[in-house]
Design a protein around this ligand. Structure first.
Ligand code: FES
Length: 103
C-alpha cells in the first residue's frame, strides 16, 4: 500500500537513560491525535499515522517524519497537529517553525 501521506511519530522510550526520548515526552499522545485528525480529513486522501522507533534526532523530539516528501518536524506538541494537518497535509506547505534545522 502506498499512502498519499504517511506520518511516522517516534514513540521510542528509553528507560534509565539520560537522553530524551520522544515516547517519554508524549509521542503516544501525538500518534493518537494524528490518527484521529487524519481520519477526519475534509478531502479524500489515503493517509496514515504510525508509531515509529527512534528516528535518530532524539535531542529535539518529539520527532515526526512525513512521507513521501521526507519532512522532519521536531519539538512537536499535541496542539501542533492541527496546524501540520491543515498546512502540510492539506496545502502541501511546511510548518517552518517546527522543521528540523540542518547543522
Ligand atoms: S527517541 Fe525519538 S528520535 Fe530518538
Amino acid at each position: 500500500m502506498v499512502y498519499d501521506i504517511h506520518v511516522f511519530v517516534c514513540t521510542n522510550e528509553r528507560t534509565g537513560a539520560e537522553r530524551l526520548s520522544c515516547g517519554a515526552a508524549h509521542g503516544l499522545a501525538l500518534t493518537t491525535e494524528f490518527k484521529k485528525q487524519l481520519k477526519d480529513l475534509p478531502v479524500k486522501l489515503n493517509a496514515r499515522a504510525n508509531k515509529s522507533g527512534c528516528l535518530g534526532i532524539c535531542d529535539f523530539g518529539p520527532t515526526v517524519a512525513i512521507y513521501p516528501d521526507g519532512t522532519f518536524y521536531v519539538g512537536v506538541k499535541v496542539e501542533d497537529v492541527k496546524e501540520i494537518i491543515e498546512r502540510h497535509v492539506l496545502k502541501g506547505e511546511r510548518v517552518e517553525r517546527l522543521l528540523l534545522k540542518s547543522a
